[in-house]
Design a protein around this ligand. Structure first.
Ligand SMILES: Nc1ncnc2c1ncn2[C@@H]1O[C@H](COP(=O)(O)OP(=O)(O)OP(=O)(O)O)[C@@H](O)[C@H]1O
Length: 251
């Protein structure tokens, strides 16, 4: 069986009386896309934040690349190779596409520059940034102001910025959100190829993308994983159909 790169064990996290994560155990293996689906408010983002290090679980543990990282912060986990894209854009809108990608690359190298213009002339950073833009199909837009990009192009740029850190695995929170049919088709193709290089834990509401991409799917309802399996197993699961997919969607 493929190597486990990420594992959560019995994660619990409450906000007051609300149990947002209830005994959540899952893993992500080399070469796979593992999708996490569930209704609004099921606790997907809360789980991602505990894996990324934004939230400390009340109990349970998170293991990254074989190491217990439960008490490590987001920066330490990112340095270990945990790449991430966000539900809400973290891009610098007034900067160009290339500048955003270079800033991403800078974060990965831990080097210190005194002047922004020196950062933007550094050949090593530029090479990493241009390579990431090329891979997501944004090379031609390198000189454009980020604020002038379409919504779909911004999502591509977020993936490019994450790629500059050369992550060993990805957490992606709704990368398809707001993309048109074209955009999500293109991103689906890209993620399909990316899994071999860096497995992906994918939170996504776009069920076409999930069923097309996921090697395994976990279904979260009221903070609890009610099923994990292949697309066919999840489609056929009676509890999932009742709780989430709905009989008509699952037919
Ligand atoms: N910081 C917080 N303080 C209090 N309650 C919170 C906090 N973050 C999330 N919650 C609550 O925890 C529950 C799970 O929220 P979460 O955002 O993890 O769900 P989700 O599955 O990601 O939803 P969506 O699909 O809408 O993004 C919700 O009831 C939410 O209101």
């Amino acid at each position: 069986m493929a190597e486990v790169v990420l594992r959560t064990e019995n994660l619990c996290k409450s906000f007051g009386a609300l149990e947002a994560s209830s005994d959540v155990s899952l893993d992500l293996r080399a070469g796979e896309i593992h999708a996490l689906i569930g209704p609004n408010g099921a606790g997907k983002s809360t789980l991602i934040k505990q894996i990324a290090g934004n939230f400390r679980p009340d109990s349970g543990r998170v293991e990254l690349l074989g190491r217990d990282v439960t008490v490590l912060d987001t920066v330490a986990r990112a340095r270990m190779g945990l790449g991430r894209t966000f539900q809400i854009s973290a891009l610098a809108m007034e900067y160009t596409v290339l500048q955003n990608a270079v800033l991403g690359a800078l974060g990965g190298q831990g080097r210190v520059f005194r002047l922004f213009r020196n950062v933007m002339k550094d050949p090593a950073l530029l090479a990493v940034a241009r390579d990431a833009l090329e891979r997501v199909g944004l090379a031609d837009a390198a000189g454009r102001r980020t604020a002038d990009l379409s919504h779909g192009q911004r999502r591509q740029l977020e993936v490019a910025v994450a790629l500059t850190l050369k992550p060993k695995l990805f957490l992606m929170d709704e990368p398809m959100a707001g993309l048109g049919a074209d955009g999500s088709h293109r991103l689906t193709g890209f993620l399909d190829g990316l899994r071999q290089e860096a497995p992906i834990l994918l939170v996504e509401h776009d069920m076409d993308a999930v069923f097309a991409l996921a090697d395994r799917i976990s279904v979260l309802v009221y903070g609890r994983i009610i099923a994990t399996g292949t697309a066919a197993e999840i489609r056929a699961n009676a509890e999932v159909r009742r709780a989430y997919l709905g009989e008509e969607d699952a037919a």
